[in-house]
Ligand binder design. Sequence first.
Ligand code: SF4
Length: 269
Amino acid sequence: MDGERPLDPSRAAAAEAFLESLAELGLDRLPRAVHQPAEAPESTESEVAEPGPRLEQLNARIEACRLCALGETRRCSVPGEGSARARVMFVGEAPGAQEDASGRPFVGPAGQLLTKIIENGMGLSREEVFIANVLKCRPPQNRDPQTEEKKLCTPFLQEQMEIIAPELVIALGKHAANHLLGRESSLGRLRGRLHQPAQGGPPVLATYHPAYLLRNPADKRACWQDIQMGMDHLGLKRPSRASGGQTGTPTPAPPSQENGRPQEGKHRW
Ligand code: SF4
């Protein structure tokens, strides 16, 4: 139990002597630093370490980039968009004409299909995921990216992945998948399973590019199988046929699989 204790006469004398010495120095109280903790220093480092500000800084660097010739021919750079804490990141090959004009990824017809896959299929919003491309500037006339362009631009994508630290990367199309996996394979050989990149990082799931699906809608079914595999990896609930497609809720138990592949369900996009 706390209570006032009688003051030790010798300690009282010492305190009195100490106060007298302060008075001789012209001080009538203890200096602030002696009895109050110093104020915490401003922590600018932790702010910079936040994914949002780091992505903004990276976007500014991409906007200013002229490392390859595409920096001279682009209208807008297209760094990517979405949540800085996204659990899943979609990566395509390069921006097209509408993306070049707007500075946003996947906004044309293929982008609208990707949005339906994310929203109607996965039960997520575009704002919850992150969407980017390997190249941040549009190649003229939508030609294939050159090796040197990809080499120069890849560090930006790597930095995005490092900042966001997604649990899954979905590569859209053969070119993005091969680039992310450091391979040269057909999409048929790459899709339908999770790959662990040799250089580390999150697993990569390869599937069809939405632009291809617009030309080949019969392959939407196979793409939906891939997407459901990704949903299983993320613990997202698959749409039930009776629920009208309400998805996106994490669930601890993955749905049943058949022959190592997810059970098929009708896609809603
Ligand atoms: S494509 Fe990449 S490397 Fe080339 S200018 Fe654009 S941001 Fe820079």
